[in-house]
Design a protein around this ligand. Structure first.
Ligand code: WTA
Length: 778
């Protein structure tokens, strides 16, 4: 690795330490939340209380036939024989490095649980697709996966052009299906897919499906905050609504390449707005409607939109949030920064707020309901090049300034649609619900584009998952007969705490495949999701990916591979994940290190808006030749991938990415805060929580009131989801002699691991550590 390489605020050495701290931490602790076991020993006698009692067997299941036709003799007590599974030799690590996911070969495993047959109850259970599941699956076996994966790596151009041909292209892409340079040493980073191909994502998601006969099929079921409030749109309805809005946008002067900021809650109008932009080649930038006015202003200032689309208010649970007021404040702020927006299209969300009480600026503001429906229900498509931008989405990095992740048209379309189809084993009859908000990437790729491109029926839910009670999700599952349910571990953990009764009072019979995203799912939450929510019938697709990757990168394909609770398993087609050490050397076989990706995939982001240099520095310079994800990962001896969390200064709170620097800069903007350092600590429900060390201005006394006011500052500047759980008073911060804050020490103090502070002698003032320890409960 090149000398002097730095990861955000950390030097390579301390980030390496952090990674392995995180890794060891998980392995050392015995709490079910943290523990997992990579040693798949053969247990001659299973524990007596297990439902799936098993006995030693010599039956050997090769990857080519597990899930299909293996011996299934039931024992008299109703349990199933234990299995010894051997992955095919194709997966042997030594053979596989060239084209296949790295794995050492055999999975010798005795706690085999077969879908629908028994509970997953042991730490090291291996969950196999049942023969019934596999036989109907799109990828019915690991052999099929291996065949397709191999092709996708050996011949990416052929593999992806065949898939891309399933979509409508006004003009086919050029002979060169893709071109890439992922190596900073060879010049500027550049990724292009299907260049020269002329298409439109909205056309492919709507018109193409209507033309294929899906016009009368429900595209969106909308479920409001209050049970009983609902609505639905067929594909034809959706197309008409999108066209009306597209015509309106054109009428106010929005054209190809113009940015439109969308600040809406989960109303049908949110995907409608995204698709309307896509139709006319405007670039949408959705800002999660939980961000504060200041964050919204920052994003508006950066992308200079022609219009902002919002609604007057929203109810989340029993709270009313006045979104239009937040937009008003943001627009005053962005105008101060020289960016004024001419149009604010406002949807009247009547159940939350009447228009009469909404603050209004004549000339700038327009009611959606008064204007949009007047426009024609057809609208010509703006045909674009595959490499024309589709959208911008701001995400947190390790500096205070959010990054505008830019995705383009063709590759994103092909990739989200394909990953959706295979990872959820999608069938036309499925009813799909992803609980993510369209303010995050998951709502872009897997509420809106991926599913609609497949002609799927999706649920858009406005409310909170625990309102009016923690059974709401399963109420919705039964109401719409949801078959595919995709959510975040934080939600699983919070519902798990409420007890099984909220789940078991609903049938959930319709469920077929479950999904998880946003953070590593701890095995105990995995098992609860599997056993209780899915009645041990439904495979769980634990999908690892990022805003930057556009779509799934490492994910189970239900039907193809046995699952290990807590592992995202194997790479998706065309993705070559590698684990490198701090020198950037690829590690082979069983290992732990930094997760990188070798060579491009169609859904990859192409740049950071207005800052290609930052794109290269953040993602491609740390390990030249690779895309660096910012995540730590270990791979077990069977080749399964286990994500261990971020290794940079990004904190993952309930699946929301928050840069520690963003929170720090909000804190120091408080007049009484002199300095702040923010770290993430483990949290039972949220995964990680924000823990802030705050040094006050000289002479200011500590007080509860000040603590609240500091937290309020973060809420106001970023949003409630970024509020610190802890403010730890710090007379000083542990710094090196060169002034660098030693976050490693702060993390240990925050997580009360005082015996693991390590060497503090390199600190400019080692006594700071004792002061911090003394103040930990103040
Ligand atoms: C984390 C969300 C473990 C990871 C799609 C990544 C995960 C960050 C998983 C991206 C998973 C996402 N297992 N960790 N299945 N999925 N992550 O950009 O740390 O909001 O880097 O995209 O979430 O968060 P982002």
């Amino acid at each position: 690795m090149i000398a002097g390489f730095a990861l955000g605020h950390m030097d390579a050495c301390s980030s390496q330490l952090l990674l392995f701290e995180a890794y060891n931490f998980r392995h050392r602790h015995k709490s079910p939340f943290l523990s997992r076991n990579h040693d798949y020993h053969i247990h001659p006698f299973p524990s007596a209380n297990k439902k799936s009692t098993a006995y030693p067997s010599s039956s050997c299941i090769s990857s080519s036939n597990f899930g299909l036709g293996y011996p299934m003799a039931t024992r008299p007590d109703g349990s199933y024989p234990r299995k010894i599974i051997t992955t095919s030799d194709h997966l042997r690590h030594v053979d596989s490095m060239g084209t296949l996911p790295s794995g050492t070969g055999k999975i010798s495993y005795l706690n085999a649980v077969i879908l629908g047959d028994s509970l997953a109850s042991e730490e090291n259970d291996l969950v196999l697709p049942s023969p019934e599941f596999s036989s109907q699956a799109l990828i019915p076996s690991s052999d099929k996966y291996i065949e397709m994966y191999r092709r996708s790596i050996v011949d990416p151009a052929g593999f992806w052009s065949e898939i891309a041909s399933l979509f409508y292209w006004k003009q086919k892409w050029s002979d060169q299906v893709y071109s890439e340079n992922m190596d900073v040493r060879k010049g500027p980073i550049n990724i292009e897919w299907f260049k020269g191909g002329i298409t439109n994502v909205c056309f492919n998601a709507l018109d193409r499906n209507v033309q294929a006969g899906l016009g009368a099929k429900t595209a969106i079921y909308w479920e409001g905050n209050e049970p009983g409030q609902d609505g639905s749109l067929t594909y034809t309805d959706l197309l008409e609504r999108v066209c009306q809005l597209a015509n309106y946008l054109k009428d106010i002067g929005v054209g190809k390449g113009d940015a439109v900021v969308i600040y809406l809650p989960m109303l049908m109008e949110l995907p409608i707005a995204m698709l309307a932009c896509a139709r006319i080649a405007a670039v949408h930038s959705v800002v999660f409607a939980g961000f504060s006015a200041e964050s919204l202003a920052q994003r508006i200032t950066d992308c200079k939109p022609k219009a902002v689309i919002t609604c007057n208010a929203v109810c989340r649970g029993s709270k009313v949030i006045h979104l239009k007021d937040i937009v008003d404040t943001a627009l005053v702020e962005s105008a101060k920064n020289g960016v004024s927006v001419d149009v604010c299209l406002t949807y009247e969300n009547q159940s939350a707020m009447k228009r009469e009480t909404t603050n209004w600026m004549e000339g700038r503001d327009a009611w959606w309901q008064d204007t949009v429906p007047k426009f024609p229900t057809t609208c010509d498509v703006e045909w674009v090049d595959a490499e024309d931008p589709l959208f911008l989405l701001y995400t947190s990095g390790s500096t205070g300034k959010p990054k505008g992740v830019l995705h383009t048209t063709g590759g994103f379309m092909v990739y989200t649609a394909t990953t959706f189809k295979y990872a959820f084993d999608y069938k036309l009859s499925d009813i799909y619900w992803c609980t993510a908000d369209c303010g995050w990437i998951t709502g872009h790729s897997y509420v809106t584009y991926g599913p609609l491109l497949n002609g799927a029926t999706v649920i858009v839910f406005e409310g909170a998952p625990n309102y009016p009670d923690p059974g709401r999700c399963w109420d919705i599952v039964d109401k719409y007969k949801v078959t595919l349910f995709y959510t975040a571990p934080t939600l699983v953990r919070s519902l798990m705490r409420e007890g099984n009764e909220y789940v078991t009072r609903y049938s959930r019979k319709s469920l077929r495949v479950l999904g998880s995203v946003g953070e590593p799912i701890n095995p105990s939450a995995w098992r609860w999701f599997f056993n209780v929510v899915g009645d041990s019938r439904c495979p769980i697709s634990d999908t690892w990916w990022q805003t930057e990757t556009g779509g799934f990168m490492i994910t189970p394909l239900p039907g193809a591979w046995p699952l290990k609770p807590g592992s995202a398993t194997f790479p998706f087609f065309g993705v070559q994940p590698v684990i490198v050490d701090d020198k950037g050397t690829e590690l082979e076989g069983e290992c732990s290190g930094y997760l990188c990706v070798k060579s491009s995939w169609p859904g990859a982001f192409r740049t950071l808006y207005g800052d290609h240099e930052r794109y290269e520095t953040t993602y491609f310079k740390p390990f030249p030749g690779y895309y660096f994800s910012g995540d730590g990962c270990s791979r077990d001896k069977d080749g399964y991938h286990w994500l261990t969390g971020r290794v940079d200064d990004v904190i993952n709170v309930s699946g929301h990415r928050i840069g520690s620097a963003e929170v720090e800069s909000a804190l120091v903007s408080h007049p009484q805060c002199a300095e702040a350092a923010v770290v993430g600590v483990e949290h039972e429900v949220k995964g990680q929580a924000i823990y802030a060390f705050v040094t006050l201005v000289e002479g200011v006394p500590y007080s509860e009131e000040l603590r609240k006011s500091l937290v309020a500052t973060v809420r106001n500047q970023i949003g409630a989801f970024a509020a610190p759980d802890n403010i730890h008073w710090a007379p000083g911060l542990p710094k090196t002699r060169s002034g660098k804050i030693m976050r490693r020490i702060l993390r240990k103090i925050a997580s009360r691991q005082l015996d693991e502070l390590g060497d503090t002698s390199t600190l400019a003032d080692p006594s700071v550590v004792d002061q911090l320890i003394a103040l930990r409960d103040c």
